[in-house]
Design a protein around this ligand. Sequence first.
Ligand SMILES: C[S@@+](CC[C@H](N)C(=O)[O-])C[C@H]1O[C@@H](n2cnc3c(N)ncnc32)[C@H](O)[C@@H]1O
Length: 304
Amino acid sequence: MKTEPDFRTPELDALAQQVIPKDHFVFSADTARDRFFNDTRMLDVKQDVHNRFRTNPTSMIDHMIANLRLTGTEDLLDLGCGNGFILEHLRPHLAQGTITGLDIAPAVLEAARQRLHGTATPCTWIESSADELSMLDEDSFDRIMANYMIHYVPDLDRCFTEVRRVMRYGGIFHLTTDRPDSMLEMYDVHFTALKAMDAPQHLFKATPKGRLSLANGTGILGRYFKKVEKVVWQDQLRFTDPEPFMRFYTVGHNHCCASSEPDARLNEAFFAELRDHVRTQVVAAIEKEGYFAVTKYTGTFLCR
Ligand SMILES: C[S@@+](CC[C@H](N)C(=O)[O-])C[C@H]1O[C@@H](n2cnc3c(N)ncnc32)[C@H](O)[C@@H]1O
């Protein structure tokens, strides 16, 4: 059996206590649809950076394939399927099954449709919010996924109640999210830069995934599902050049959410200065350590 890499150190745990705020950002599904996912740029950058800079030899997709225990004949529903990156990799494992991809953002849904066009697995694409599944029949899916998207869903109670309605007996609901201190080093350089600039206090917030994270998800999901199993894994992105990290930070994560929504208090000069402060710290870490590390604490709840 393969052992999972463990990147945690007492120093990183201590840093997490200092750096990660208790409050987290909250974004609406409308913001997700109209700003973050009105094109595929954000997803493309994140996916590219994870593929190129990860150090865990087992990829996110490998972890998901192991978790989903597919026999090849399942009907799978992917809530917030994005640009279909995950579905493309799962598809060969569903050669006699079906795929239904659902997303609130038409631009990424179209990218997913094109990505899987012409493959042998029948695919259906639905533009909707994950808490509005009335178009789906009850007991119609063997696997339902919600990967890195649940923090955007307005009505979690309705979403999980609907997931139970459309999931067949013996099915698995696969919900992937992060720990609130995931990517701690990115938040550390970001908050250090904000402090140096005496930036507004409302920017000092943690990842929006804090809404339903690996830390609080078991209790929330336990209200809807008989059995909730948590499978966790870590990864560490290592950058020996600051520029790919800067793309990840600015385009992939909107400057740790500081540029996620229009804010009259922040202009382009503010973000240029912020990037300078962040880049300086990343360059210093590369010179000292040989690379800048971004540690990921991620995982999946398998709900039955
Ligand atoms: C970070 S992306 C994750 C995409 C994909 N699941 C993955 O892991 O690669 C979040 C996705 O959720 C979608 N989304 C946001 N709010 C949603 C909602 N209320 N219902 C359905 N999809 C939503 C976004 O449009 C986006 O495609």
